[in-house]
Each structure stands twice: as structure tokens, then as C-alpha cells.
Design a binder for this molecule. Structure first.
Ligand code: URA
Length: 211
């Protein structure tokens, strides 16, 4: 069964932890720990379609055919910098994953995303690729990051976030209808500054204690 274009993980543990993260007085330490915990639960959902193949093993009682992950190791791609908060949690669950980083900034004149860093694992065309960024807001930088991953050869991509705005989901659907999105919630709208409302504020600042 393939993932729909957008999956909202409405598990009570995810929703409870997300509510704690949204509260403005939650400390940097707690915010970071909660994001890592939620990442474990979201990773479970976004990796649902990882290929498995039966191998022969010996249990203490008998020989059996049992499933193991098959194919090339998956590639996790963090969209800097807030992506690193989700990345840490996903790596806890999939410690042998290959890891890449994409850095983009918004050109103040053209407002277009500009790449400042790009380093990804080889053979992306043979791996499941999971791009991670906690906030899917306008979707412009996410769509640009996926463009870069496709240029690097990726064909089997998922996008994992914590919170999405309807505008960002629509932008991704238009630019990359082949990329399923997994998120913990879809909020109401974007404000004039491109922040998700009600949201949780600036995920990078809250994660790293900057302002
Ligand atoms: N990025 C954030 O960190 N927060 C938002 O609300 C939108 C984009």
C-alpha cells in the first residue's frame, strides 16, 4: 500500500508531545527532547514502505524465513538548520542510514531560495530518500530542496515534517506530486511573515535557543 500525498500522524503520543512543543514557555531543552521523541514516532510512519526480503535464520528452536530490510541503505537529508532536530530522532531509529544536508537561504531581492550547502550520499537513485524539515510553511524552500535532490538522482523521496500549513502542502503537491508528506499536524494558515499559525514559532530558534 503506498502512502497518500499527505499523512497526518494523529497518534495520541504525537499529539500530546506536539502540544507541549507549541507552548511558548517550553524550554529549549524540552523542545529539543520532544522533537527527538516525536521524530521516532514519525519515522515509524514515513518508513512504512521500506523494502524487506526474507532471509534464512536460525532461532534457538528451528530454521525460519524472516524479513530483513532489503536494498541500499536509505538516505536522510536534513534541510538546514531546523531539519537537524528531526534528523537526530530519525537517526536513533535508523542508525545505519546515510545522511546528507541541504542549506538554502532566501535571496532578499528575488525572494527565491538560493543554495549555500549541498552534500548528499552517493547512489541516491537507488535509495529511499527522506528529506526532513520540521516546518512546511510556504513550501518554497522545501520544493527547492526536493528539486536539488531530484537533480542529484533521487527518484523515491518522502518529506517528513512536524507541522505543515495548507499553503505548503499545496505548493509541494503542485511541484512534487510524487513526494508523499508525513506530518504531525496541518495548521490553519500562514501569517504575513510566513509563520505557521497557530504553529510553534521559529523551530530553529526554539531548538537551539537563538533569537
Ligand atoms: N519556519 C519556522 O520555523 N516556523 C514557522 O512557523 C514557519 C517557518
Amino acid at each position: 500500500m503506498s502512502l497518500p500525498h499527505c499523512t497526518v500522524v494523529d497518534h495520541p503520543l504525537v499529539q500530546h508531545k506536539l502540544t507541549l512543543m507549541r507552548e511558548k514557555d517550553t524550554s529549549t531543552y524540552s523542545f529539543r527532547a520532544l522533537l527527538r521523541e516525536i521524530a521516532h514516532l514519525l519515522a515509524y510512519e514515513v518508513t512504512r514502505e521500506l523494502p524487506v526480503a526474507d532471509v534464512t535464520i536460525e532461532t534457538p528452536l528451528t530454521t525460519m524465513q524472516a524479513p530483513k530490510l532489503d536494498g541500499k541503505k536509505l538516505a536522510l537529508i536534513s534541510i538546514l538548520r531546523a531539519g537537524n532536530g528531526l534528523l537526530d530522532g530519525v537517526m536513533d531509529l535508523i542508525p545505519s542510514a546515510r545522511v546528507g544536508f541541504v542549506g538554502l537561504y532566501r535571496d532578499p531581492e528575488t525572494l527565491e531560495p538560493v543554495q549555500y550547502y549541498f552534500k548528499v550520499p552517493d547512489l541516491l537513485d537507488q535509495r529511499m530518500v527522506i528529506a526532513v524539515d520540521p516546518m512546511l510553511a510556504t513550501g518554497n524552500s522545501s520544493a527547492a530542496a526536493i528539486d536539488l535532490l531530484k537533480q542529484a538522482g533521487a527518484t523515491n523521496i518522502r518529506f517528513l515534517c512536524l507541522l505543515a500549513a495548507p499553503e505548503g502542502i499545496a505548493r509541494m503537491k503542485e511541484a512534487h506530486p510524487d513526494v508523499p508528506i508525513v506530518t504531525a499536524a496541518v495548521d490553519s494558515h500562514l501569517n504575513d511573515h510566513g509563520y505557521i499559525v497557530p504553529g510553534l514559532g521559529d523551530a530553529g530558534d526554539r531548538l537551539y535557543g537563538t533569537k
